[in-house]
Every structure is written in structure tokens, then in C-alpha cells.
Design a binder for this molecule. Structure first.
Ligand code: E4P
Length: 219
């Protein structure tokens, strides 16, 4: 399973990239606004930190302007993945961009039928938003299960990129279903490393080792 970080904060991306476990980055207009950075500049900087896909979202609502924005965004770097909304214009844009091999992430997916349409449009990634789905009284993980089943029924190559993840349980459930990617806020990725018994175990080993008075030679 690939791990993407869902942020435009450079310090967080650098810190997570240093673990060697980060496979990509997703951004959206809200995250760019939160960063306070220039969209083009920060996207270029992120693309230089990670080798994997960096999603940069178009903001136009019509196909023609989406294509023009995508043209600008894909020149930023080879690892830019153009993010388009799940609308008729968004999927027309997806289909056209995929024809020449441009990576496309179709975002704001809230139903399995929408995911089916995105796969038919040749999307590289489909982004179902599980947290927002749960927040509105639906079952986000049931949506991931349905999409996974449909994609496997027809052998679609579109990768399921679970988005709007709120906690480590969302990651666990996505992995059990077999989703391809999880994009998470930095705090959720860091939370995956944590366990109270790991901390307690380290504390015990450190204390007992100190009693031996020994050191392990490091040079
Ligand atoms: C994914 O690409 C989106 O940017 C993101 O996961 C949305 O998450 P939110 O619901 O926490 O805003």
C-alpha cells in the first residue's frame, strides 16, 4: 500500500520523506490556501522533495479552462498528477489528459458509480473521501469495499486512493480491503508509528541497559 501525505506544508513533507516511507503527496485548493504559499512555487518545491506523484488541482469548472490550467500545471515537473473534480467536465478533462499519458487523480468521489465513471475515463487515481462520507452519516469504508469490488470485477487499473482519512483505523481498514493508496494528514501518518506498549517497552529496555553499565561500540 502506498502512503501519500495530504498537505502543502514543506517542513512536514520533508520530515516524512526522510523516513523513506512516503510515496507521494496530495494537495487541494484549501491546503494551498492554508499554507499561505504561491501555488506554482510550492508545487514545484514539493515535486523536488518526493519522486512519486504530487497531485495539483485545477480550479476551473469548465473543460476548456481545466485543460489550459492542466497544461500549465503539468509543466511544473514530471511527477505532477493533475487533480480534477468528479464532474462531467472533470471527467472529459481526465479522458483527454490520459490520452497522452498525463497522470490524473479524480477527486471528490462519494459514490461507487462515480468511481466507475472515473475508471472508464481512464483515471490514474480515484479519490473517495471517507472522512467526509462518515461525517455525513454514510459509511466511508463500505464505499471503498464497493469500489474495490467493481474495479476487480472489470480489471480496471485505476488506483483507489483513499482520501479524507481522519485516523489510523481508516488506514487499517483501507489496507484490509486492499486499497492501493492512503493519503493522510501528517499527524495520522505519525500516529501509525505509535503504540503505548512500544514506548513502555523502550523505557524498560533503556532502564535495564543502564544497569549493565555497558555500551555498544559505534566506531
Ligand atoms: C485528498 O486528496 C483531499 O485533499 C483530502 O484528503 C481531503 O480531506 P479532508 O476531508 O480532511 O479535507
Amino acid at each position: 500500500m502506498k502512503f501519500f501525505v495530504d498537505t502543502a506544508e514543506i517542513a512536514d513533507i520533508k520530515e516524512l520523506a526522510e523516513t523513506g516511507l512516503l510515496d507521494g503527496v496530495t494537495t487541494n485548493p484549501s491546503l494551498i490556501a492554508k499554507s499561505g504559499r504561491d501555488f506554482m512555487e510550492v508545487t514545484k518545491e514539493i515535486c523536488g522533495i518526493v519522486d512519486g506523484p504530487v497531485s495539483a488541482e485545477v480550479v476551473a469548472l469548465d473543460h476548456e479552462t481545466m485543460m489550459k490550467e492542466a497544461e500549465t500545471l503539468r509543466k511544473i515537473a514530471d511527477n505532477v498528477c493533475i487533480k480534477v473534480p468528479l464532474t462531467i467536465d472533470g471527467l472529459k478533462t481526465c479522458k483527454k489528459l490520459r490520452a497522452d499519458g498525463t497522470m490524473v487523480n479524480v477527486t471528490l468521489c462519494f459514490s461507487a458509480n462515480q468511481a466507475l465513471l472515473a475508471a472508464k475515463a481512464g483515471a490514474s487515481f480515484i479519490s473517495p473521501f471517507v472522512g467526509r462520507h462518515d461525517d455525513n452519516g454514510f459509511d466511508g469504508m463500505a464505499l471503498i469495499e464497493d469500489i474495490h469490488q467493481i474495479y476487480s470485477n472489470y480489471g480496471f487499473e485505476t488506483e483507489i486512493l483513499v482520501a479524507s482519512i481522519r485516523n489510523p483505523v481508516h488506514v487499517l481498514q483501507s489496507a484490509l480491503i486492499g486499497a492501493d493508496v492512503a493519503t493522510m494528514p501528517p499527524a495520522v501518518i505519525k500516529g501509525l508509528f505509535k503504540h503505548v506498549l512500544t514506548d513502555k517497552g523502550i523505557e524498560g529496555f533503556v532502564a535495564d541497559w543502564a544497569k549493565t553499565g555497558q555500551t555498544i561500540p559505534t566506531a
